[in-house]
Write a protein that binds this ligand. Sequence first.
Ligand code: PEP
Ligand code: MN
Length: 263
Amino acid sequence: LVSRKNRQADTVVKVGPAAFGGGNFSVVAGPCAVENRDELIQLALQLKASGVQMLRGGVFKPRTSPYSFQGLGREGLQFLAEARAAARLPVVTEVLDVRDLDLVLQYADMIQIGSRNMQNFGLLREVGRVKHPVLLKRGLSATIEEWLLAAEYILAEGNHQVVLCERGIRTFETATRNTLDISAIPLVKQLSHLPVMADPSHATGRRDLVVPVARAAVLAGADGLLLEVHPAPERALSDGAQSLQPQQLASFMNGLPYLLQAR
Ligand code: PEP
Ligand code: MN
């Protein structure tokens, strides 16, 4: 079902004012984790003013250590809902566990399946049975075929509203957090009709690399970008090192129309 052979036309995934694929390009931005209400609302307003089309923010965080901040859970979903209303932006957030899916569906406009759950087949099947669009990240060490087959699980259950997200893969290189597989963007778009976005934040793990890599992804044909932004990255509870300041995001957004025109 995900194959271009099965369907020639690009799938367009629309989430409120955001749209991915078929010539549509959208930017999803926000903090790695929802941390507090007032900052989230203020950030959402800034992002909206910068031209961002969707707000992101994790409330269930897949942390390597069980002692790291795990996210605000239900309370964070309420903050997301408030920010969504204040800025009039649709919201995407990650579901880690099928037991939280019903709760998250009440708040989110789009469901994120993170890298670590790309092959959580039970979870993939469950999000395949809902109406919400799904943002499916590539697994930490997943091949393109495995990634597309993960998407197939979702489509096979009836949900065809899937956006794929290249977020960097594990390689021998340790200078960056992951290695963005830039060729995956045009290649997956050849193999599949599904939209493909890029996440330069998790791919690089370094704020100074996010903008140049984001530009490369746009020129490689990405249908959207996922960018982590925090009002004060130095005190972020997760992924501060890769989070852009709102001002950096705003200046990237200013140049974006020129990049899109150039491709
Ligand atoms: C995230 O987007 O916050 C996240 C945890 O990403 P990934 O699943 O790509 O590591
Ligand atoms: Mn993160």
